[in-house]
Design a protein around this ligand. Structure first.
Ligand code: FPP
Length: 232
């Protein structure tokens, strides 16, 4: 499951609060969702915390998001270790503050092997940039398979030579209906769930409703509807 956590700013301004209050509440919502996800059967949860385009926001807002991220990573460390959640980050690492980079590396190694769920946090992430980097890695291979590409896309970080996996469900809150450069390769056959709820108000009940909705979708992967024809 991938989540585009949108609507923090609007949540705050509609209450006459500064935007950063929305991000603060948004981080709390993220923790609630991480807590509930393994119990709801989610195997991998990817949260879009900072897109590469978010650098263009006012410096104070970017700085606040970095502070929140630091706090989040510090708080999640023990909780994720205790609960068997493996954490990793996707996205560029060369532009984020060094302290955050260290925290991420520490969190990744402390939680490696966590069996209950894989939490991926997308930071300075752009799907297009990831795809471009993967293409560059494969430059010596003129006929890569999808599997080769999925492996190149994972970047092989931490020696983890595992291909990126398909995303089954992308949830976007905040009322907009777009993907905003999130997991474009991995979402080729993803079901999309759009919610009008602003991210700080997104709760476990609504996550459960999104999953319930997903189970009712008829996933065909380009094939015919079930029962509409014979094969072979
Ligand atoms: C979109 O709201 C949200 C973000 C740009 C950042 C998401 C960050 C968090 C939820 C907090 C930190 C998360 C973690 C995992 C620590 P927006 O500002 O685009 O809202 P708007 O569309 O209403 O302006």
């Amino acid at each position: 499951v991938g989540v585009i956590m949108d609507g923090n700013g609007r949540w705050a301004t509609s209450r006459g609060l500064p935007r950063f209050e929305g991000h603060r509440e948004g981080a709390k919502a993220a923790r609630r969702i991480v807590d509930a996800a393994p119990g709801l059967g989610i195997g991998t949860l990817t949260l879009y915390a900072l897109s590469s385009d978010n650098w263009n926001r006012p410096p104070q807002e970017v700085q606040f998001l970095m502070q929140l991220l630091r706090r989040f990573l510090r708080l999640e460390r023990d909780r994720c270790m205790a609960r068997g959640i493996r954490v990793s980050a996707i996205g560029r690492r060369d532009r984020i503050p060094q302290k955050i980079r260290y925290l991420i590396e520490e969190l990744e190694s402390a939680t490696r092997g966590g069996p209950r769920m894989h939490l991926r946090i997308a930071i300075d992430y752009s799907a297009r940039d990831s795809i471009l980097r993967a293409a560059t890695r494969l430059a010596g291979n003129p006929t890569p398979s999808r599997e080769d590409f999925a492996l190149a896309l994972s970047g092989g970080r931490n020696g983890a030579r595992e291909p990126v996996r398909d995303v089954d469900l992308v949830i976007r809150t905040g009322g907009e209906k777009r993907l905003s450069d999130f997991l474009l390769w991995e979402s080729a056959y993803a079901e999309l769930y759009f919610s009008e709820t602003m991210w700080p108000d997104f709760d476990v009940g609504e996550l459960a409703a999104a999953l319930e909705d997903f189970t009712r979708r008829d996933r065909r992967f380009g094939l015919l509807p079930q029962g509409s024809g014979t094969v072979g």
